[in-house]
Design a binder for this molecule. Structure first.
Ligand code: SF4
Length: 956
């Protein structure tokens, strides 16, 4: 630390920082418009003038570096007047609402700047000139600070904004003076967030009175775990503002986080419990699939009916006839309660959640190789320290957009070498040193060929292998047959590209391996993950900053739901249900008194087994739904999930659910699955409750209540507590063990129990999180600072184990009848089943309909025009989507998204072939045929709305 003299104060400064940074840290505020601490310094507005040393010549503070003993004056009459003149000339440009509340007008008022007489210029540009649905553009208010230009380039890695013209004609324009969307804007809102004048302003809060409260919370969409401020007025969320102190994302947000939360107030919200008439009448259901009308009831009635039914099933058919699907959208506290309800109260191991559908293979594969299934490093660590990165099967800029933007910056600003391996030419491929475009389902062959080249050139890290790994020789032998030339016919990747990629990955260290569902959602998902673990052990990239194994989890709290044990084979903290010691611990902690109503209740003894037959291992998501269809599971309790939309082969899922004897759904909106429910319990959304989420990098973060739910919804934790208490009473049991009670009256009380039951969360508390600590598990005690980097010295299983893996083809490949290979995923503007994003106005305007990416060659051959409706058919069903003719997909491959229900559901096509270990379905490969169709009406209310992905971008 050095010191500078500012007026009559001695002020500390960090070597290398500029004077504005030092002044602001010491609370000395100067006007500054082009300057922002997050952006590069241009020194163009000259509002931050100071006098330096003996000179009376004012200089901009932002352009000067602090040096020891430097002396400056910030408030002399001369410098004050110089600043006032700068403000006056900027104000002469500004043509906006004089009463507005913005950074620029704050300083105008503070310096008592008046317009020069006769200096009221005519409007130079049309107001609200850009047709996008999220930012109001009024360049009459622009003072040419260029923060928007730099925010777009330096934070988002896009180049939407630029400076055009010269002299008095200088102006900020989007693209080639076109529109934001045509300039490939990703709608992140960073430009508006940094704009000091309101020239760029979020539409949904423009012209509105300011918020009366701001509540910092964690995003409910993806697992990046961005934090932001919900702006609240009169009990409604009126906007989302950046929270600069957010550890993961700073001010950066994506379109979903910034503009996608108005679903909270959507009129579709479930506002009261609903039950079917047959249940209320206590008579058998009329027939298969015919569930009859809904009846609105009070909470007491709904809870009574659910408990009566569950208790009856447990007593008559046994605990194994009950299944629970937990939710990665819900908090840690709620997921903990779902699995406790299942195991302790109902006595079943049949509990699972959507991690089964996204990263079950990651959890299984990494546990086999390293002993821990979690992301080893942090997103910021990779963005700052990785010399190279392999992004495989992750469309990061669309699925985890804020992390995607960090990766783009790592390439642009520090020259990180990026290798992208993806069948589609995703956005990140533009930033890659090399794009390996493997055929879907050939990842093992590709990864093995990369490792083959590593060994061929002796690039392996022998010291790391020798000290920290085992089973190396079998791996080495297994790679012999994977020369790039040998596997090129399989993968479609030119051998020279594999060799070049291998050299980048091996020689630039540390290298981070990053993946998502392009790797995991295969019948070989576990093998794919094992191959990635092999690669990182071979190169010695584990336990090091900037390296590691980095699976990007899907939904906001899928990491937490796994941590909490909402899995059929794991207690909280990944304590195995087949481990006698773990069972003994939870039996003691959750002990109940009173006779068990069934022989294997609770299922603690070795003979207890699920219908799958494994001791103390329950059914997975897809197994549970099939078992419900067969009547083996007689009561299915679903929290916050929509399996009809998100599970593979949705026609079969519908058939199973139609036959299921009793289905309870706890949700915030009616969904495709609610057609098959007997009880609908309205839950609270993320902004309406307290709790915690754990993001993809194991970071536990607070979720805070900003508003009340509309009508009678209750937080999911409250509903679960009511069910458990009533069930215990109905079954004649009462809590005995130290963690057995259900006496929670707030989520913090539940979290204290989580910390007691889960060693990796032992040191996490609301007090620490609310005090601003950012904790990544494991946090073994209350003084531990958390663990940003795993595997530094050793692996949880001791030595890392190499697993030789051989290429196996996908379950279903194209043939004469179904000649195209379908692969599926998400798009930037929607999330998961779309239950939330389809009810967010901006997101729906940007992407109102599903679309199918198809190559120009296939489109030509099939007579398909851009944006026309298509019928896509597989052996299991059909769907409708618009054609997006694009080179993003190779010939023979089509890509569909799974955000739309009913006839637009891509999962009507996908196959339920499972990975044999992780039981994850093969969403990424099945075969289809495609034909133009005229039998689709535009979805209601969307007539004339352009699908930004299809129409604005044309054929990329
Ligand atoms: Fe939310 Fe993910 Fe977007 Fe961040 S990147 S704002 S967590 S959806």
């Amino acid at each position: 630390m050095l010191h500078i003299q500012v007026d009559d104060r001695r002020v500390p400064a960090v070597p290398g920082e500029n004077l504005m940074q030092a002044l602001r840290r010491s609370g000395i505020a100067l006007p500054a418009f082009c300057y922002h601490p997050d952006l590069s310094v241009v020194g163009s507005c000259r509002a931050c003038l100071v006098e330096l040393g003996a000179s009376s010549e004012p200089v901009p503070a932002c352009t000067l570096q602090a040096t020891e003993g430097m002396s400056l004056r910030t408030e002399t009459p001369a410098v004050h007047e110089a600043r006032r003149c700068v403000l006056e000339s900027l104000y002469a440009r500004y043509q906006g609402d004089e009463q507005a509340d913005n950074e620029f007008l704050y300083w105008v008022r503070r310096y008592r700047v008046q317009r020069r007489a006769g200096a009221q210029p005519a409007l130079r540009y049309p107001r609200d000139a850009d047709p996008n649905p999220f930012i109001r553009v009024d360049m009459n208010q622009c003072i040419l600070c260029t923060r928007c230009v730099r925010a777009c380039a330096e934070i988002q890695g896009r180049f939407v904004w630029g400076v055009a013209g010269r002299g008095a004609e200088t102006r900020i324009v989007a693209g080639m003076d076109t529109s934001m969307l045509e300039a490939r804007c990703e709608s992140c809102g960073a430009c508006a967030d940094y704009c000091p004048t309101g020239a760029l302003h979020d539409r949904w809060s423009h012209g509105q009175p300011p918020a009366d409260r701001r509540v910092t919370t964690t995003c409910g969409y993806c697992s990046v775990g961005c934090q932001f401020d919900l702006q609240v007025r009169d009990g409604r969320v009126i906007g989302v503002g950046s929270q600069p102190a957010a550890v993961v994302n700073g001010r950066s947000l994506c379109v979903k986080g910034r503009y996608g939360v108005d679903y909270l107030h959507h009129t579709d919200r479930l506002t009261a419990p609903l039950v079917r008439q047959w249940l209320l009448d206590d008579r058998p259901r009329a027939g298969r699939g015919d569930r009859g009308p809904w009846v609105r009831v009070d909470w007491d009635t709904a809870l009574r009916l659910v408990v009566r039914r569950l208790a009856q099933v447990v007593r008559v058919a046994g605990p194994r006839a009950v299944g629970l699907l937990s939710s990665a959208k819900c908090t840690n506290e709620e997921n903990y309660l779902v699995q406790k309800l299942a195991r302790q109260v109902l006595g079943t191991y049949n509990v699972d959640h959507c991690a089964r559908l996204c990263h079950a293979s990651t959890v299984a594969g990494l546990r086999m190789a390293l002993g821990s299934g979690a992301m080893s490093n942090s997103m910021r660590d990779i963005a700052d320290h990785a010399a190279a990165a392999l992004v495989i099967g992750s469309n990061t800029t669309e699925q985890h957009p804020v992390f995607g933007a960090m990766l783009r910056q790592a390439v642009l600003r520090r020259g990180m070498q990026l290798v992208v391996a993806d069948p589609r030419r995703i956005d990140l491929a533009e930033f890659a040193a090399i794009h390996l475009r493997q055929r879907p389902g050939t990842d093992v062959a590709l990864l093995n060929s990369l490792m083959h080249v590593v060994l061929e050139n002796a690039w392996e890290d022998r010291d790391f292998i020798q000290r920290r790994c085992e089973n190396y020789e079998p791996l080495r032998a297994s790679l012999a047959g994977y020369a790039p030339e040998a596997v090129a016919p399989l993968t479609g990747v030119p051998p020279q590209d594999v060799r070049r990629a291998a050299e980048i990955l091996a020689r630039r260290k540390p290298m981070a391996a990053i993946w998502a569902m392009g790797i995991t959602q295969h019948t070989t998902g576990v093998m794919n993950v094992l191959a990635l673990a092999n690669l990182q052990m071979l190169l010695g990239n584990l336990g090091k900053p900037g390296g590691g194994v980095n699976p990007l989890r899907g939904q906001n709290n899928v990491q937490g739901a796994c941590d909490m044990g909402a899995l059929p084979d794991l207690f909280p903290g990944y304590q195995e249900t087949s481990d006698a010691a773990a069972v003994a611990r939870f039996r003691r902690a959750w002990a109940l008194s009173g006779p068990a109503p069934h022989g294997d209740f609770p299922p603690w003894h070795a003979s207890a087994s699920g219908p799958g037959g494994s001791p103390r291992v329950g059914l997975t998501v897809t197994e549970m739904i099939a078992a419900a269809g067969r009547g083996e599971v007689q009561a299915l309790y679903i929290v916050g999930e929509d399996p009809v939309l998100t599970d593979p082969d949705s026609n079969q899922v519908r058939a199973h659910l139609a036959a299921a004897p009793f289905v309870v759904l706890q949700e915030i909106f009616p969904s495709a699955t609610s057609d098959y429910a007997d009880v609908l319990l309205p839950g609270a959304a993320f902004a309406e409750k307290e709790g915690t989420f754990t993001n993809t990098e194991r970071r536990v973060q607070r979720v805070r209540q900003a508003i009340e739910p509309p009508g009678e919804p209750r937080p999911d934790w409250w509903i679960l507590v009511q069910i458990a208490r009533r069930l215990l009473q109905a079954l004649g049991r009462s809590p005995q063990g130290p963690l057995a009670a259900w006496d929670y009256d707030n989520p913090e009380r539940i979290f204290r129990e989580i910390a007691a039951a889960t060693p990796s969360y032992a040191g996490v508390s609301y007090a620490r999180l609310d005090a601003g600590e950012s904790l990544q598990w494991p946090v073994p005690d209350e003084h531990h600072p958390g663990t940003p980097l795993l595997h530094r010295e050793s692996f949880p299983r001791g030595k890392g184990r190499f697993h030789p893996v051989e290429y196996l083809p996908p379950h279903e490949l194209p043939d004469a009848e179904y000649p195209l290979l379908l692969t599926t995923g998400r798009v930037l503007y929607h999330w998961h089943g779309g239950e939330l994003s389809r009810r967010a106005a901006v997101l729906t305007q940007l992407c109102p309909t599903p679309y199918l990416e198809i190559s120009p060659a296939d489109a030509r051959r099939l007579g398909i025009r851009h944006a026309q409706w298509l019928r896509i058919v597989s052996r299991r069903g059909d769907m409708r989507a618009r054609a997006a003719i694009t080179n993003r997909v190779a010939q023979g491959i089509v890509f569909g998204n799974f955000h739309f229900p009913y006839q637009y559901n891509v999962n009507a096509l996908t196959i339920d072939a499972l990975d044999p270990i992780a039981k994850i379905p093969e969403y990424k490969v099945c075969s289809v045929r495609v034909e133009p169709t005229a039998d689709v009406a535009e979805p209601a209310g969307l007539d004339g709305v352009a699908n930004h992905h299809i129409t604005a971008r044309g054929v990329p």
